[in-house]
Write a protein that binds this ligand. Structure first.
Ligand code: AMP
Ligand code: ZN
Length: 136
């Protein structure tokens, strides 16, 4: 993809702090980190969303996410991490080239995702209907 920022990083046309590279997957530091070490893990091939990534490649991607996460703990001394993966503009995806955010975390790092503010109340009927549609 000619104008994709992450394709440019993959082909080394754009500089990045690359911390992991395999045949199919690359990881580099996010230029706007939530915490130092915040890393983006992406497929070298361009796919816009996770559901388009072939199964075998998805496995390699998850292996890389795991490896990157472990390094943030071992090498940078973090206690935990969040994995975030946005699909589509409506879900906050800005760069339409599949990537996982690995966000390293420490106690009292003041990062807030405000999960509880977004919770929707659902009736038993709504749960049943959602479940029915997903499982039939
Ligand atoms: P998303 O909302 O999941 O699409 O997030 C895209 C992420 O890419 C943002 O966190 C940006 O800070 C990051 N980003 C954009 N351009 C670059 C770049 N050239 N190098 C590293 N990270 C980038
Ligand atoms: Zn791309």
């Amino acid at each position: 993809m000619e104008n994709c920022i992450f394709c440019k990083i993959v082909s080394k046309r754009l500089p990045a702090f690359i911390t992991y590279e395999s045949n199919d997957v690359i990881a580099f530091l996010d230029i706007n980190p939530i915490n130092p070490g915040h890393t983006l893990v992406c497929t070298k091939e361009h796919f816009d969303v996770l559901t388009k990534v072939p199964e075998k490649l998805a496995q390699g991607l998850m292996t890389a996410v795991k490896d990157v996460s472990a390094k943030l703990i071992i090498k940078l001394g973090y206690q935990g991490f969040n994995i975030l993966q946005n699909n589509d503009k409506c879900a906050g995806q800005i760069v339409p080239h599949i990537h996982f955010h690995v966000i390293p975390r420490n106690p009292d790092d003041l990062v807030r995702f405000n999960w509880s503010e977004n919770i929707k109340r659902m009736s038993e009927e709504q749960f049943k209907e959602t479940y029915r549609r997903l499982t039939t």
